[in-house]
Design a protein around this ligand. Structure first.
Ligand code: ASP
Length: 320
């Protein structure tokens, strides 16, 4: 572990295609999330505190595919999921199949800190939320219905059928929403953490679990390497154990930026012929940050010691 004493946070609001009308509020939100997380770090908070507060803020905005902004599955229902990992202890908490938890990432933390388990979903998870008095909030489903209907229309119109969902996404990227949220942080004690939260891939099958709550795939943190949060097609991140792969690259000496670029290049090399847009943010234990994507946009922001304000952008390093 390297103790730089200089905290840093990187947050993302998902890989995808951002349209001008939505992009300004989204950029403001990721900035605010980075600032909120960084303020925690500056006040001596842990990396876990920082990523939880940053992700919870993004879950509450409704502007992203997470928390109250979650996309609908094929049955027109929300099934939210989230995870968090503490790089100091390698403890992790993950949850999924949630319908009305206001902040799934806070439930992931409860699972990490108050249970002996890593991954608790569905009714059992909702019961834990009740025991620990987590707030409930129905996602803003009416707002999502219009989008859902447009997605469904595209799906059933013309040549497309359900198993060809990836081709559909390629043909109609504008109606798909891949705006998962995540954060990675390094605190002043040299500890790293990562958290990710999502409504999941739009029109996913009921019961589908993606990469975001899957430790190693969408989220990973280890003080021996760094922390990573992934966004994009969950099934790809799962197959390549992508967040852990980024951490392995960092453990083997790559800086965060080199590591995320190498991982996106790996996706492009190994997963071709299907829709494979992905985005990654990372922080290494020396305080280096990384962001790269193969999607047209990655909505992201970062803040490090010495900065007055977070820096936000819709583009990082694009590798296609
Ligand atoms: N990775 C998420 C999933 O497949 C989607 C996203 O990143 O937006 O559930």
């Amino acid at each position: 572990m390297s103790k730089t004493g200089k905290p840093v946070i990187v947050v993302h609001g998902g890989a995808g295609t951002w349209h001008p009308v939505h992009s300004q509020p989204a950029l403001e939100s990721v900035k605010e999330a980075a600032k909120t997380g960084f303020d925690r770090l500056r006040a001596g908070g842990t990396a876990v505190d920082a990523v939880i507060e940053a992700v919870a803020l993004l879950e509450d905005t409704g502007a992203f595919n997470a928390g109250c902004g979650s996309a609908l599955n094929i049955e027109k229902r929300v099934e939210m999921e989230a995870s968090v990992m503490d790089g100091e202890t390698l403890q992790a908490g993950a949850t999924g199949l949630l319908s009305d938890i206001r902040n799934p990432v806070r439930l992931a933390r409860v699972i990490m800190e108050k249970t002996d388990h890593v991954f608790v979903v569905g009714k059992g998870a909702e019961e834990l939320a009740r025991i620990f008095n987590l707030e409930r909030r129905k996602p803003d489903t009416p707002v999502k219905i219009k989008r859902y209907e447009a997605q469904l229309k595209s799906l059933f119109e013309g040549k497309y059928e359900l198993p060809k969902l990836t081709a559909l996404v390629k043909a109609h990227p504008e109606v798909f929403q891949l705006e998962t949220v995540g954060a990675v942080a390094l605190d002043s004690n040299g500890n790293v953490a990562a958290a990710t939260s999502t409504g999941g891939f739009p029109l996913k099958l009921a019961g589908r679990i993606g990469d975001s709550p899957s430790v190693g795939c969408g989220t990973y943190a280890d003080n021996q390497s760094g922390a990573c949060s992934a966004t994009g097609v969950g099934e790809i991140a799962i197959r390549l154990v992508l967040a852990k792969t980024v951490c392995n690259y960092m453990e083997n000496g790559k800086a965060a930026q080199e590591a995320v670029e190498k991982a996106i290049a790996l996706v492009n090399r190994r997963i071709s012929g299907i829709y494979n847009d992905m985005g990654l943010v990372a922080v290494d234990v020396h305080g280096g940050i990384g962001a790269a994507h193969s999607s047209p946009n990655l909505c992201w922001a970062y803040m490090a010691a010495g900065q007055k304000e977070p820096v936000a952008s819709l583009i990082a390093k694009i590798l296609k």
